[in-house]
Ligand binder design. Structure first.
Ligand SMILES: Cc1cc2nc3c(=O)[nH]c(=O)nc-3n(C[C@H](O)[C@H](O)[C@H](O)COP(=O)(O)OP(=O)(O)OC[C@H]3O[C@@H](n4cnc5c(N)ncnc54)[C@H](O)[C@@H]3O)c2cc1C
Length: 192
């Protein structure tokens, strides 16, 4: 008798967090499906500085060398006041040399990281990334979760073992459907 294959983990959002989650799961042999509402990876610069703790995480996943290769390393990190040109603060990461393998930051825009991840995921058969798929609803049961996904043509319902909400800092989705602390909107009608 063949074993029933596990239902995939569903991941809402294909930014750096969603793709890292998918890649980490795939490396452990756990299938997943990533849904992103955009038609392709975002190319806006946004996050550029990757700090030591994140570099350690990327090292565990075996991709830190690619990130370092595509970025610029800097041991010294400075904050400047733009109008006056005054130096506000300076952090010398070399001071962390006994605490981390990576006593520096790497300036590598997040779109470069997502491309590295997507290329790796594309070569794996247990992870599927679906662009132009917006998650619009979730129904969590005892043993599985079912999401409603809006695609250009049609709405689909897809079931998985878990749902990971990686749909960004402005995630209406996480606030509305995931947060156990906020089961209904506030008196002003907004989810806070
Ligand atoms: C100007 C700026 C500069 C920054 N600089 C730094 C920095 O230097 N260093 C640093 O560490 N961080 C920085 N950050 C923060 C960093 O960009 C975020 O922490 C990072 O993007 C979070 O990644 P994420 O994958 O959680 O979310 P996101 O990158 O926002 O990705 C979320 C994805 O989910 C998709 N999505 C949203 N809703 C749905 C839905 N319902 N269904 C399907 N898909 C959905 C979105 O289209 C998006 O692709 C910066 C942010 C900004 C705005």
């Amino acid at each position: 008798m063949s074993a029933v294959p596990p239902k995939p983990v569903l991941i809402s959002g294909g930014g750096p967090v969603g793709l890292i989650a998918a890649y980490a799961l795939a490396k452990e042999g756990i299938p997943s499906i990533v849904f992103d509402e955009n038609s392709e990876l975002q190319e806006d610069p946004r996050a550029a500085t990757t700090h030591p703790a994140t570099l350690e995480l990327l090292a565990k996943l075996g991709i830190v060398d690619q990130v370092i290769e595509q970025g610029l390393t800097a041991a010294i990190f400075r904050f400047w006041d733009r109008p006056t040109g005054e130096l506000i603060a300076e952090f010398d990461h070399a001071l962390l040399k006994d605490d981390t393998e990576f006593p520096f930051v790497v300036q590598c825009e997040q779109f470069k990281l997502t491309h590295i991840l997507l290329d790796l995921i594309d070569g794996m058969d247990n992870c599927d990334v679906r662009f132009s798929h917006r998650v619009i609803g979730v129904d969590a049961g005892e043993d599985e979760v079912t999401i409603t996904v809006q695609t250009p043509g049609v709405n689909e319902q897809i079931s998985g073992s878990y749902l990971i909400g990686c749909d960004g800092g402005r995630s209406v989705f996480a606030k509305k459907w995931i947060s156990p602390l906020k089961a209904s909107p506030g008196p002003n009608g907004f989810w806070s």
